[in-house]
Design a protein around this ligand. Structure first.
Ligand code: HPA
Ligand code: ZN
Length: 326
């Protein structure tokens, strides 16, 4: 089988995907028109031109502006359906997707509208692709913990449909410890916990995510490699890292994929997985992330198989569902 076919065909789980980051410029324009919302771009080419970032914050500013076109449950459903269709074509059979409710509720879009739309998309993915999907509610870390708590309370009636909570947005200056109480409440409610840590922030933030937020999974985690004790701990505990190569490249976490640390992570025995993060902004869905690292000489076919297997091992599927997927 051709290598690229192998990458597409091998069943994969996607564990690090911001649904708002899957908003392609074409859909952004269509929704702007449908909802009569103005956006700061004159054409689709103009949007793509703007996608040049030197750090996380450059991207976040554009990502939040793009999300302004999302207003109705139908918009959120269309967004989710477009992602699931694209992911299914890439061989994704299970997805655990992030959503950022505060990005919407602070613009006056009710939490329930976001949930109803996303759940309609999830149902469509199940029916048409046989894909299983879990939802992870992310708190925006540049906002305060009271705002996270207000979001947590709005989510309570949906806890049967939400698997976990996460932490995203501007990392540096907003350490995991800022959200200790709301993550403790999430743990008490039986929710899984994940957090972005060590993308731009130091290893100390990874320790806080582990020790204070008691995360089940680390999003990115790249800078853990600066600390040998941390590496040993992550390997010993089989902590899953949701690594996002094209995101790392676009946000200048690495300057070239030939310097991406994925091979070092695997050598050190870390349970790394590959994911697309915000594919509409970073230039590729999940298979493209695998392919880019293979093309950079970083992965053998055996590594591809290991990473795909890790994506299921690191998922929140229960043992019975895992047996079906593996
Ligand atoms: N990092 C932090 N916040 C985010 C990201 C990311 O990669 N994508 C969307 N929100
Ligand atoms: Zn992310």
């Amino acid at each position: 089988m051709h290598r690229q076919d192998f990458i597409t065909e091998i069943p994969k789980a996607e564990l690090h995907l911001h649904i708002e980051g899957s908003l392609e410029p074409e859909l952004m324009f269509a929704l702007a028109r449908r909802n009569r919302v103005s956006i700061p771009f004159s054409s689709i080419e103009d949007v793509r031109q703007a996608y040049q970032f030197t750090k996380l914050q450059d991207f976040l500013d554009i990502y939040y502006a793009g999300a302004d076109v999302l207003l109705t449950a139908e918009d959120f459903r269309d967004l989710a359906v477009a992602y699931f269709d694209r992911a299914a074509a890439d061989g994704v059979t299970h997805a655990e997707i992030f959503f950022d409710p505060q990005t919407h509720t602070l613009r006056g879009v009710p939490f329930d509208v976001v949930m109803e739309g996303l759940l309609a998309g999830v149902e469509d993915a199940r029916r048409r692709h046989g894909m299983s999907v879990l939802l992870i509610l992310c708190f925006l870390r540049h906002l305060d913990e009271d705002s996270a708590f207000a979001t947590f309370r709005s989510a309570e009636k949906w806890f049967g449909q939400i698997s976990g909570v996460g932490l995203d947005s501007s990392e540096v200056g907003h350490p995991p410890s800022k959200f200790a109480k709301v993550f403790a409440a999430a743990a008490d409610a039986g929710l899984k916990r994940v957090a972005h840590a060590g993308e731009e922030g130091p290893p100390a933030y990874v320790y806080e995510a582990l020790d204070i937020l008691r995360v089940d999974r680390l999003d990115h985690g790249n800078r853990s490699l600066e600390d040998p004790f941390l590496i040993s701990r992550l390997a010993r505990d089989a902590m899953t890292l949701t690594v996002c190569p094209l995101s790392n490249l676009k946000l200048c976490v690495v300057e070239d994929l030939r310097n991406h640390p994925i091979d070092i992570m695997l050598e050190k025995g870390l349970r790394a997985t590959l994911n697309s993060d915000d594919p509409a902004y970073f230039g590729g869905y999940v298979a493209e992330n695998y392919r880019a690292l293979v093309d950079a000489g970083k992965l053998s076919n055996r590594d591809v198989a290991t990473l795909a297997r890790n994506s299921f091992l690191g998922s929140f599927l229960n043992d019975e569902a895992l047996t079906h997927q593996l």
